[in-house]
Design a protein around this ligand. Structure first.
Ligand code: ZN
Length: 424
């Protein structure tokens, strides 16, 4: 008897939905509890502001329930009613009508992906619009205009049209010619692709969305340069990015390979921090991630995961049962990959939890690093000013263990306040 892959996938999707909704309900209940300011925050933020943050989180939570419910219904229906094989057939018909040979798998796949992209745009768009232009707008958090949103969407589609076809064609060719080492070849391709992306992203893609300008000479620049050189960080360029056009999020990040590093500060960060010291403290935290090789560890772990994933794919890629179960009578390469990705749903929660568990440990370590350099106080002050951090005041422990990539504000402030470093 053929293994009922599709029914199993729908079943696991439901289980994952039930599990995550249970966590959402726990978090929702935690949000409804009255919050009193923890001692570390007394006098730092007002009760009124705290209440506003809580109201925002509850609004978002309500919205999330609706979104997840509609999504699970749509996703199950897409599989149960064979929407994907239908789009595959239709794209073949469209291709034939334009005179292109639908037997050509690459063209057929690209047409299918265009159809699937339109389908997912239609289903995701209403949620995105409501979340950004209704909920965030209500609390004055949204900085994005409708025009900017449309421009971003067009740019995203253009990028997909330029980058998608060569990548898809390469994957199909590798799978067709891969032989016994298919998983290694696919991983090698993805590895090179990610290096290329990391190289061209800041130069070609990020500037399409944001303006990066060099941080002007002055105290801030001098302080960051001194800090970087004291840690032997090969700082080549120091930028400010105009993130304030999209959100109120304030942050900083590092990028670049080996001896060619750059630091990028969000303009929001500079505006919100009341003194230079606080901005430098955030940079010190980021430099901690670099000094402690966090990015390298995460990158390596990700590569191992990719090899395992492709290894599993190589095992099932020719399984007729897999395709038939989802309603396909042919076995196109990319469809096989997509269906396989559905079958790994049961392990996803473990990966999410493991990833966040490690990320939170890294955050504590980077904070401890900044603390050792003497930035405990200004780092704490800047953390308080980062919106979103405040929602963690009502965090349910189960929910945050599963979803949070950062420890909560209270946990981080407590660790910064401790007289002795655990890391010492
Ligand atoms: Zn961090």
């Amino acid at each position: 008897m053929a293994f009922p892959y599709m029914e199993a996938v729908v079943g696991f999707m439901m289980l994952k939905y039930i599990f995550e909704t249970y966590l959402d309900l726990r978090q929702h209940a935690a949000l409804k509890l009255p919050t009193s300011l923890p001692k570390t925050l007394e006098g730092v933020i007002s009760q009124t502001y705290l209440e506003k943050c809580r109201a925002y989180s509850i609004d978002k939570s309500n919205f999330h329930f609706v979104k997840q419910f509609v999504t699970i219904i749509m996703d199950s229906a897409t599989l149960l009613f064979g929407v994907l094989p239908w789009i595959w057939k239709k794209s073949g018909v469209v291709l034939e009508s334009t005179g292109v040979d639908a037997e050509n798998e690459i063209y057929h796949t690209l047409t299918f992906l265009a159809g699937a992209m339109i389908w997912s745009q239609i289903t995701d768009l209403p949620f995105y619009l409501y979340s950004t232009f209704v909920i965030e707008e209500r609390y004055g958090i949204n900085k994005q205009t409708v025009w900017l949103f449309i421009k971003d969407m067009i740019k995203g589609m253009m990028l997909a049209i330029i980058i998608g076809p060569p990548v898809v064609a390469a994957i199909i060719l590798i799978v067709q010619k891969g032989g016994p080492y298919l998983a290694i070849y696919l991983w090698g391709f993805m590895f090179v692709l990610s290096l290329v992306t990391m190289t061209i992203y800041p130069v070609l893609i990020a500037p399409l969305y944001n303006k990066l300008t060099p941080l002007p000479e002055g105290e801030l620049r001098a302080r960051i340069e001194t800090l970087a050189s004291s840690l032997n960080f090969p700082l080549k360029k120091l930028f400010v990015v105009d993130e304030s056009t999209r959100s109120t999020c304030s942050n900083a990040y590092l990028y670049g390979f080996y001896k060619n590093k750059r630091i990028v500060l969000y303009d929001n960060l500079i505006q919100k921090c009341k003194n230079v010291e606080e901005v430098v403290a955030v940079v010190a935290h980021e430099l901690g991630h670099w000094k402690l090789n966090h990015t390298v560890y995460l990158f390596v772990a990700f590569q191992v995961l990719i090899i395992l994933l492709f290894g599993g794919y190589a095992l099932v890629k020719n399984s007729k049962d897999l395709f038939m179960s989802f309603g396909f009578d042919s076995q196109p390469t990319l469809i096989g990959l997509m269906l396989y990705m559905q079958t790994i749903i049961p392990v996803l929660p473990l990966i999410i939890f493991g990833h966040n568990f490690v990320r939170r440990a890294f955050e504590f370590q980077a904070d401890a690093f900044a603390k050792k350099l003497g930035y405990s106080k200004p780092l704490g002050d800047s953390l308080v000013k980062q919106e979103g951090n405040l929602s963690g005041l009502n965090a349910d422990p189960w929910y945050s263990a599963y979803h949070y990539s950062h420890p909560t504000l209270v946990e981080r402030l407590a660790a910064l306040d401790e007289p002795h470093n655990k890391a010492d």
